[in-house]
Design a protein around this ligand. Sequence first.
Ligand code: HEM
Length: 453
Amino acid sequence: MSETSSESWKRRFLYTAKSDDRSRMRAVANNLILHLHPTKVPAPALRWSYTWGLGGISALLATLLALTGALLMFRYDASVERAYTSIQFLETQVFFGSLVRAIHHWSANLLIVTVFLHLLRVFYSGGFMKGRATNWLIGIILLMLVVAFNFTGYLLPWDQLAYWAITVGTSLLGYVPLVGATVSNFLLAGPEVGQGALRNFYAIHVAVLPAVLVLLMSYHFWKVRKDGGISQPEAPAAEEGKKRRPFQRLTTIPHLVRLELTAALVVIAILVLWAMLVPAPLEELANPAHPTNPAKAAWYFMGLQELLLHMHPLAAMIFPGIVLLAIIVIPYWDKNEAGIGIYFRSPVGAFMALAGAIFALASVPLLVLADEYLIDLPALLPTWPTLLSNGLIPLLLSLAGLAVIYAIMRLGARANHSESLVGLFTFVVVGFIILTFIGVFFRGANMAFVIPF
Ligand code: HEM
């Protein structure tokens, strides 16, 4: 009798009766893998172009960060007198110190990108549907944790870049209504960045955040399994009178593991090569008396800092706050489960996404330039308090602009609610990326608009 595929799989990968060391090690490794994954996965979920491996790559980067971070802790000293020199020592005197620091630095930056792209993939493929709302919410908290990790780590080298980016970053926090100033004071252990802030940031970076991240990441993975594995398209409809035939299921070992290992090796190879060629930055020792000009926040906050140049600080915090809230509630806002597992939900959804992206590319730079050179609301309404002229008015106009985009997609292009949300979401994401680009590359001394080339 010929062997079935499941028997062959068990024989090759789960057979533990042999007592030689290699079989035992293989059994242990396989058991570990099968604690993380189900034994079989539907074929569509295995398509590389479905997940792009982004969740797994994010997990890999988090692991690399933990390993390299642990090594850095052996030499780093969290005191304002010695932090900078301990990093210099690491860079010049410690065997492979510079490489370990560069891997840590670049993995941290890449992690922000991969987690953000993972969020986009989950949104566009409807991965938040069918009972996955909790994991969507956990994911958003994970994204915030990753940003918090980067933010707290930024200060540790105690160079000019670190000092002024954190000073700007925490001043942005101060604009958050009601709690902002208290949180900023608590984080900095006082009104300014100093020894208290360095000690707090270090403790949060190496103890508090890792503990929360490990807990939430474990829950995130467990929940993916609990929710029935990752999302996938509906199986093709069956012929008349017959039941829907489920997709073919492939064994995790070797099919999924082979993909994961390949992705991990490629990411590690590229990262190490990049870290060998581009060292982590280290400017002069922090000098609280000499601000850098321009004083910019870290790149992932530059979209917010750019917004602050165009609106009253309160409005510039409320607007992204409303957008974030809308993203958090997406699973409840869009309950239509049609199109799960299909990118952009439908061809109309894909068209809406394209339209949203093109419209953002055309309108956001124009609005920035118009506000820079043409429109001056406080001058047009001199008797109004700036909170109204430069706060409430631009805030309401921005929200109305988003509502108009949604309405045009719904009524003008006859897209359904989900497809219109895909278009609106794309507009917001592309708009935010453009603001970030403008903030990073097109702002010079005193944050004036400059052409970088
Ligand atoms: C440290 C950050 C994160 C890690 C390590 C992580 C890891 C993963 C992994 C490994 C998967 C399964 C495979 C895959 O989709 O690639 C997954 C699925 C999922 N993630 Fe994340 N994730 C993170 C952040 C996020 C964020 C920011 C969101 C969205 C707000 C999110 C929402 C989800 C959801 C809803 C699923 C199920 C998707 C589906 O069924 O298609 N995750 N995550």
